[in-house]
Design a protein around this ligand. Structure first.
Ligand code: BGC
Length: 385
């Protein structure tokens, strides 16, 4: 079977028992689960089967998530005329992902972002990790959570359609201590939100910093660069970095600098003046403003794409946000229609704890202890006008 046909040959998931219990609940829950589709998305090179789930909502939004990397492959959102378009970089077959793409849509772990020199100490023991990004460790190592096959279960959500992905990361995997059991639940709501709820538990003290690495282009995948997107980031400081993108440890005010997005500005307006080595662009962690009193979620960012009218808000409980302007896209990867992805053809807004936190005791802690449960939530909310 051709991979491209995988979606159209998908089967409806209709579990009578679940449907019966759902009817006793909100009608949207019954509708939600009945419409989730599951299909084969091919196999890994080791022969493990990969599945893809399609979630839809009543407003014409669709999200597709596959078990390889618990990866978001498509996010279809109507524009201001109601025309749907895919606004994340991704593919309709497994091969490009296996060949290696820079984390398009992936779930990142055990520790997202960088750990300096691939080393840290906890409880008097030093741990050595792969240095897969110059001298540093990036996004969980050589085979991070983006390159493993997760288990998937359709779950009941009160506000939309949901699939829960689970992965057991064994003690010592990629050099990290402790057996870590991780879940990420993708929920597509009728309020046009894609919500990601993560949990993790461990049996040894370990750092954990999970995120999603979707590359967005609100004008549509393959529609050129994102320099005209208007961005607001609710952050007054960044964690400045050295040339290998490791934080210096300071918090630097953005006021009056090219990093200031507290007032909405086009991503391209000052991008040429961002300091740092080529390829020039943003690749920085922002220190998010605290959530309003009595709330845990904070508005981290808002992005408006003027032509399509699409707007995305990012809300999170995380203290940081890596704004990456697709600097390393260089035309070598082509999208599903053959259009090459060039520098700045997409942007990422990765909610997270700060880079290298495990080596920076004054940053919010990424350390998870046995007996505790790591929980974090990020919402991407969409509208168009
Ligand atoms: C990093 C970039 C990196 C990109 C893709 C981002 O989170 O900050 O430096 O190139 O991921 O790997």
């Amino acid at each position: 079977m051709k991979q491209t046909n995988a979606i159209s040959t998908s089967v409806f998931l209709a579990v009578t028992m679940l449907a019966a219990s759902a009817h006793a609940q909100a009608p949207s829950a019954a509708r939600a689960r009945a419409a989730i589709q599951k299909a084969s998305f091919g196999k890994t090179r080791e022969g493990a089967g990969v599945d893809i789930y399609t979630l839809t909502n009543k407003n014409g939004m669709t999200a597709r998530v596959m078990t390889y990397g618990a990866t978001l492959t498509d996010l279809i959102v109507p524009d201001k005329t109601g025309t749907p378009g895919n606004i994340v970089l991704g593919f309709d077959k497994i091969e490009p992902y296996l060949a290696g793409v820079p984390y398009f849509g992936s779930t990142i772990g055990r520790v997202g972002n960088r750990i300096a020199k691939g080393a840290f100490s906890l409880n008097g023991q030093t741990y050595t990790l792969a240095t897969n990004n110059g001298p540093n460790h990036l996004h969980g190592g050589i085979k991070g959570f983006d390159k493993v096959v997760w288990k998937a279960d359709v779950v009941l959500a009160k506000d939309g359609q949901a699939v829960k992905f689970s992965y057991h990361s064994p003690d010592g995997e990629e050099g990290y201590p402790g057996n870590l059991d991780v879940t990420v639940t993708y929920t597509l709501t009728d309020a046009n939100e894609l919500r990601l709820d993560y949990t993790a538990t461990t049996d040894k003290t370990t750092p954990v910093n999970l995120t999603n690495h979707s590359y967005f282009n609100l004008a549509g995948d393959g529609s050129g660069n994102i320099l005209g997107h208007v961005l607001m980031i609710a952050a007054d400081q960044i964690t400045p970095v050295d040339d290998s993108l490791i934080p210096t440890g300071e918090l630097e005010p953005v006021k009056g600098t090219v990093f200031d997005f507290t007032t909405p500005a086009a991503i391209g307006a000052r991008i040429d003046k961002v300091p740092g080595p080529a390829p020039v662009g943003y690749d920085h962690n922002y220190v998010l403003r605290a959530a309003p009193a009595g709330q845990t979620m904070t508005l981290a960012a808002r992005v408006i794409e003027p032509k399509s009218g699409r707007t995305m808000e990012v809300r999170t409980v995380e203290p940081g946000l890596q704004f990456y302007s697709g600097n390393f896209l260089d035309g070598t990867i082509r999208n599903r229609k053959g259009v090459p992805y060039q520098k700045h053809d997409a942007f990422c807004l990765e909610t997270q704890h700060f880079p290298d936190s495990v080596n920076r005791p004054h940053f919010p802690s990424t350390v998870l202890e046995p007996g505790k449960t790591y929980r974090t939530t990020t919402v991407y909310a969409f509208s168009a006008k």
